[in-house]
Design a protein around this ligand. Structure first.
Ligand SMILES: [Zn+2]
Length: 254
């Protein structure tokens, strides 16, 4: 009899254990499923948010086109007021440049109206291919050129303010490319690397770097810009000549 009771108890216990483990397994897999569906939902929300932002950008873009028709070719314009698609990394407004000094009081990219229009068109072409223009330097007031020359009076690095630079005319930009998320493409050297590796004729670079530089150059040239031999990042707008200027942009939300 005792044996029988023990036998029944053993099986009863075994059964209950099994049941518990099944229940535990079921709740664990339900939790995992819930977690998974939560993750999918979050991802869907993120995609939706991105699409909404993209749509907003497109809407603003249409407005920009309207705005562009009112831009005077000679006027200095703030590129950020015309387009949301550029990535700005104005190196001379920080200490992260070869001078190790900030020479701009705030980070703004001003260029002449006609240059801005060409840049926006070039950026549209890049975006169709999945890239964006990142701007390192744009118009540079003549007084800043003098300041830079005082810090670093070496014509290999800084244009002598006597003759000035095309940057002082609002018709030159220092740029690179990023993907649509803003990750910089490999161009072989940093911006303002003063060495032969930055020259357009230098070919001891990976195929990727060579094709990145080629892409940048081809589209910029298509839109009226020309290179200088020694700096892969520098582009001059060649379709119109301008005078050197000392126009100074305002900082803050003005
Ligand atoms: Zn430059």
């Amino acid at each position: 009899m005792v044996k029988k009771i023990l036998f029944i108890t053993f099986f009863a216990l075994l059964f209950s254990c099994k049941e518990t483990s099944v229940t535990t397994m079921t709740s664990a897999s339900t939790l995992a499923l819930l977690e998974r569906s939560k993750a999918i939902q979050l991802r869907a929300e993120k995609i939706e948010r991105h699409m909404r932002e993209w749509q907003d950008s497109l809407d603003r873009f249409e407005k920009q086109n309207v705005l562009q028709n009112t831009i005077n070719d000679n006027d200095f314009v703030d590129i950020e007021k015309l387009s949301n698609y550029f990535v700005l990394d104005m190196k001379y407004a920080t200490k992260d440049n070869f001078l190790k000094k900030a020479v701009y009081s705030c980070a703004k990219c001003y260029v002449r109206g006609v240059v801005a229009k060409a840049l926006i068109k070039a950026n549209q072409d890049f975006m169709k291919k999945g890239y964006r223009i990142k701007l390192f330097d744009c118009y540079r007031p003549h007084s800043v050129q003098k300041k830079m020359w005082k810090i670093f009076p070496n014509p290999g690095y800084v244009a002598n303010p006597k003759g000035g630079s095309v940057h002082n005319k609002g018709a030159a930009v220092d740029i690179t490319l990023t993907d649509l998320q803003g990750n910089q493409l490999d161009m072989g050297t940093d911006f303002d690397h003063f060495g032969k590796e930055a020259h357009h004729s230098y070919t001891e670079l990976s195929d990727k770097v060579i094709s990145n530089r080629k892409l940048l150059r081809e589209i910029m040239e298509k839109h009226g810009f020309s290179i200088i031999k020694t700096e892969w990042w520098h582009y001059n707008f060649k379709n119109k000549q301008f005078k050197i200027s000392d126009f100074k942009w305002k900082c803050g939300n003005l």
